[in-house]
Design a binder for this molecule. Sequence first.
Ligand code: MN3
Length: 381
Amino acid sequence: MKKVVIMGSSGSIGRAALDVIRKFPDKFEVAALCVNSNTELLKLQIAEFHPKIVAVGDPAMADKLAKELNYSVECLRGTEGSAIIARECSYDIFVGAMMGFAGLAPTIEAIKRGKRVALANKETLVVAGELVTALCEQYNAEMIPVDSEHSALFQCMLGEKIEEVEKLIITASGGPFFTATRAELEAVTIAQALNHPTWKMGSKITIDSATLMNKGLEVIEAHWLFKFPISKIEVVVHPQSIIHSMVQFIDGSIKAQLSVPDMHLPIQLALSYPERFAADHVKTNFPALQSFSFFEPDFKKFECLGLAFDVIREGGTAPCILNAANEIAVAGFLRGDINFLKIPYIVHRALDNFEIISNPCLEDIYACDLAARRFAESLIN
Ligand code: MN3
């Protein structure tokens, strides 16, 4: 029986992880759950999965929940709460499915204890890839990707030698504005941007998919996860989202991992690996799919994608600035304060505004994140 901690249990990945655990009650049990503020859903999850401890990011919501539960379950508060759980709780697998930069601190705690980290929070590798991968080696922690593209690359790489890999080909759905003109992008509404063609996800990642920043973050994530040079990572638009990514080898052979889009599949594998468990979450019917198509991404129209390649070449704190400015810009767009094309503009301006620190320590990363956020906020106001 593996004990699982889920950070971000109210989000789409966290809920899917609980679906997998529900299906395999003899394999997994829930040790702890963390949410940012959705305590209504957390209460239902506590009643069903009986974690010994939970954490709620919003301190007032945490206190309210502790009272409602009559203190029958330990309820930690604030951002420190999830870090305490990662550091002190008894568990085997840490599912990192929280949103944004907040995922970094608890993930580092789990790595330092040499746990298996099922990583869905891509920001952890984006902002601190060098540091985090070094810590994984130092503490012998195992990082298994949950992001569908990285799970695909991971599966294609099983049994292969990294030196025999020629390139990683990451597929992108292209998002809802794949065929839109630049003028149409200028006038995009929040509702249009939130209407993703193939995946149902949280609002931040859905906007990132519409700007292709999500694909950019995934390129950075793949670079660190597989320790692979950015010059050998390619993005190809594949609107059906059936091929989740591909690996091309030095002899020209290509391996791909396919299925209809369903996050249960990569989450289950991250929990069960090195085994595969029989499950019927995912049903792929080829005749019904009919056709696959592929296109080159438009770097001019989707500036965020090119910026992501740039920050990896620059290194140091550049990816951290990109991520912080993007989080603020996306929040601004979702509030209706800025238009869609202001998102890449703000990220670009933030990258131009700061000196890049090479080989940053964790304190540098925190300071850089805060400064880039403040700068991005000032551009919105
Ligand atoms: Mn993805």
